[in-house]
Structure formats: structure tokens, C-alpha cells
Design a protein around this ligand. Structure first.
Ligand SMILES: CCCCCCC/C=C/C(=O)SCCNC(=O)CCNC(=O)[C@H](O)C(C)(C)COP(=O)(O)OP(=O)(O)OC[C@H]1O[C@@H](n2cnc3c(N)ncnc32)[C@H](O)[C@@H]1OP(=O)(O)O
Ligand SMILES: NC(=O)C1=CN([C@@H]2O[C@H](COP(=O)(O)OP(=O)(O)OC[C@H]3O[C@@H](n4cnc5c(N)ncnc54)[C@H](OP(=O)(O)O)[C@@H]3O)[C@@H](O)[C@H]2O)C=CC1
Length: 292
């Protein structure tokens, strides 16, 4: 879907719901983050986008400015605690504070866990778990120091039956879910809510990192037999980030077409071992009799 589609697509959220609010979206230059930023702009938020690629951020920033948003873009990596500290100083300087942090930046590469090398494991855990924590902690410190309420929405993944061929990201996302539950309690006295959105397979630019076979499995990985789109996730993020969800904290909202119950994405293709072949299946004698 294009920026123009997201600028027009209907939403249940009220126009002006984020008027006067400053929303920071990590990974806001592409995919889910970009769609969420467009939705927040339509709800009148002021926007801060961060990511590593300045070009992607600039393109998203131009789109948001066209929608009338006050927007700043910051090229940085969430994996650097120093860069995160600088980012928050810039946000306070430019926008006067922050109201909502959307931790959407993340990613992984597909590999059998038996082959993952330490550098690759660390790269994925550093991005998806450590980087997310640095951002959460910086936001919480800001809200504590200025004595203002705050809200965090972390984008994780529908990890509930494990994620073969991306074990590093599954472990990191599970970490974020339980980190979120933990600080939702610790930071409640600071008036900070913390929730997660767990997407199933959502077609975005990110799909380009996977083979055709993997992408085919993504579209058959839930009972609806289709992928979701970035707008599905954007709306869940905005809902949890809004005052409407004021009594929700420590929760994870699955937006996955039911993948918790049925379906299996294979990031490297389905191994032969898991191919189902009912026609050739050998049945136990007694079951053979019952079937006749
Ligand atoms: C039912 C639920 C299903 C939910 C999921 C459905 C589908 C999910 C889709 C998405 O998540 S879409 C979002 C996609 N976006 C990405 O995944 C981003 C793409 N990946 C990256 O940008 C990078 O891989 C990284 C994970 C961010 C790591 O980046 P970094 O720059 O730190 O690392 P590198 O220097 O590139 O590599 C370090 C190290 O990692 C290993 N490695 C990296 N890529 C691969 C690979 N393709 N295959 C094997 N190993 C890899 C390797 O050890 C690298 O070290 P060197 O060998 O290069 O020294
Ligand atoms: N699409 C899907 O099916 C699913 C996606 N997800 C998760 O949703 C999130 C968004 O994914 P999606 O939009 O699909 O894919 P994208 O690849 O488009 O988005 C990932 C974003 O993360 C940013 N990013 C990655 N590493 C860093 C870093 N170290 N510092 C700052 N920014 C970083 C990227 O920006 P840049 O390149 O500029 O650094 C990019 O904008 C990711 O966390 C993804 O893993 C979870 C489940 C399913």
C-alpha cells in the first residue's frame, strides 16, 4: 500500500485524538512505522521519526509534512545507548517533550539456529531487545524527570508457538514482552503505560528480505490464508497509544489473523521433514479398520 492509500484509508480513531501530543516512531521511514506515522499525522500528532537510513526518513518526513504534521527526523541506531540519549535530548529541544514512544524498529535474518554465529545472534538481540530497552528507559527517565505521564507501545511479533529459522528474534521479542509486563508495573507509579502489539505476517518492504518460498508461506501462515497490511498494525498501535486504552497496561495485542492457533511461516522454506502427505501416510492397523 502507498502513502496515499494510508492517507485516505478509513480509521475508527477520532480526528484530533492526538492533538498537541508528540509521538516518536522508531523505524518510521518504512513499512509499519511509516504507516503508523501517517495515521498519527491524520490524528494531529507532532511526529519524531528515527532510523538508520537518512534517505528513508527524509522521504517519510516529506510525506508527513504534506499531511500538515510538524515532523523531525533523526538518523541514528537504537543499538547505541549514546545515540539514544542524544535523540531524546534533541526531541526535548525541538518539541519540548514526548508523550508516546512507539518502538517499531527491528528485524532479523533467516537462519537455522544451529548455524547462527555469535555476531549474528548479538546483532539481532542487540537491535530487538537491547535497543528497545534503551529507548524505553530513556523515555521513562524523561517522563520521571518532567513529572508527566507517558505511554510506550512496543512492536514485537506473534511468537507464541516459537519461530523456527529466526530463533534470535523470537528470543528477543519474548524478552520485550516480559520486559514490558515488568516495567508496566514498575513504572505505573510514574503514570506510564507499556503495551505491545504482536503482528503476524504483514506485507511490507521488510518482506523483501525473504525468498519467494518464504513469502509464500507467510501468506498461508494463519487461518485467513492471507497476510495483513501495515494499516492493521498502525491502528492497533494508535489504539493502545491513545487515551481510549487508558486502563490497559502490560498487555500484548495480537494482530495476526489467528496465527496463534493455526499456520506456520517458514523463513527459509518448509523443511522436507514437515511436509504433510496424507495420501502416503501409513496408518496403524486399528485406525485403518475404523476409517473403512
Ligand atoms: C506468525 C508470526 C510471524 C511473524 C513474522 C513474519 C515475517 C516477518 C517479517 C519481518 O520481520 S519484516 C522486517 C524485516 N526487516 C528486517 O528483517 C531487516 C533485515 N535485517 C537486517 O537489517 C539485519 O539482518 C540485522 C538483523 C538488523 C543485522 O544488521 P547488522 O547491520 O548489525 O548486521 P550485519 O553486519 O548485516 O551482520 C552481522 C552478522 O549477522 C549475521 N548475518 C547477517 N545477515 C545474515 C544472513 N542473511 N544470513 C546469515 N547470517 C547473517 C552474520 O553473522 C553477520 O556477521 P558477518 O558474517 O557479516 O561478519
Ligand atoms: N512485516 C512483518 O510481517 C512483521 C514485522 N515485525 C516487526 O515489525 C517492525 C517493522 O517491520 P516492517 O515495517 O515490516 O519492516 P521494515 O524493514 O520496513 O522496518 C524495520 C525498520 O526498523 C528500522 N531499524 C532497523 N534496525 C534499526 C536500528 N538499529 N536503529 C534504528 N532503526 C532501525 C529500519 O530503518 P533503517 O533501515 O532506516 O534503519 C526500518 O525502518 C520490525 O520490528 C519487524 O521485525 C514483526 C512481525 C511481523
Amino acid at each position: 500500500m502507498s502513502d496515499d492509500d494510508f492517507a485516505q484509508r478509513p480509521t475508527a480513531l477520532r480526528e484530533g485524538a492526538f492533538a498537541g501530543k508528540v509521538v516518536l516512531v522508531s523505524g518510521g521511514g518504512s513499512g509499519i512505522g511509516r504507516a503508523a506515522a501517517i495515521l498519527f499525522a491524520r490524528l494531529w500528532a507532532r511526529l519524531v521519526l528515527c532510523g538508520r537510513d537518512a534517505g528513508k526518513l527524509e522521504s517519510a518526513g516529506t510525506c508527513l509534512a504534506r499531511l500538515g504534521a510538524d515532523v523531525s527526523t533523526h538518523a541514528m541506531s537504537i543499538r547505541s545507548p549514546e545515540a539514544v540519549e542524544t535523540l531524546f535530548a534533541e526531541v526535548v529541544d525541538r518539541h519540548g517533550g514526548l508523550d508516546l514512544l512507539v518502538n517499531n524498529a527491528g528485524g532479523q535474518f533467516a537462519q537455522a539456529s544451529i548455524d547462527i554465529r555469535p555476531k549474528g545472534w548479538n546483532a539481532v538481540v542487540d537491535t530487538n531487545l537491547n535497543g528497545t530497552f534503551y529507548m524505553m528507559q530513556a523515555a521513562a527517565r524523561h517522563w520521571r524527570d518532567v513529572a508527566r505521564p507517558g505511554c510506550i507501545v512496543n512492536v514485537v511479533a506473534a511468537i507464541w508457538r516459537g519461530m523456527p529459522q529466526v530463533a534470535h528474534t523470537c528470543a528477543a521479542r519474548a524478552g520485550v514482552v516480559f520486559l514490558s509486563k515488568t516495567v508496566a508495573t514498575e513504572w505505573a507509579p510514574l503514570n506510564i503505560r507499556v503495551n505491545c502489539v504482536a503482528p503476524g505476517t504483514i506485507r511490507t518492504e521488510g518482506f523483501g528480505n525473504y525468498s519467494r518460498e518464504a513469502r509464500a508461506s507467510f501468506s498461508q501462515a494463519n487461518p485467513t490464508l492471507r497476510t495483513g497490511d501495515a494499516w492493521d498494525i498502525a491502528q492497533a498501535i494508535a489504539y493502545l497509544g491513545s487515551d481510549t486504552a487508558g486502563f490497559i497496561t502490560g498487555e500484548t495485542l495480537n494482530v495476526d489473523g489467528g496465527s496463534q492457533n493455526w499456520g506456520d511461516p517458514w523463513f527459509l522454506g518448509r523443511p522436507e521433514y514437515f511436509e504433510l502427505n496424507y495420501a502416503e501416510a501409513r496408518l496403524p492397523e486399528n485406525l485403518e479398520v475404523q476409517v473403512q
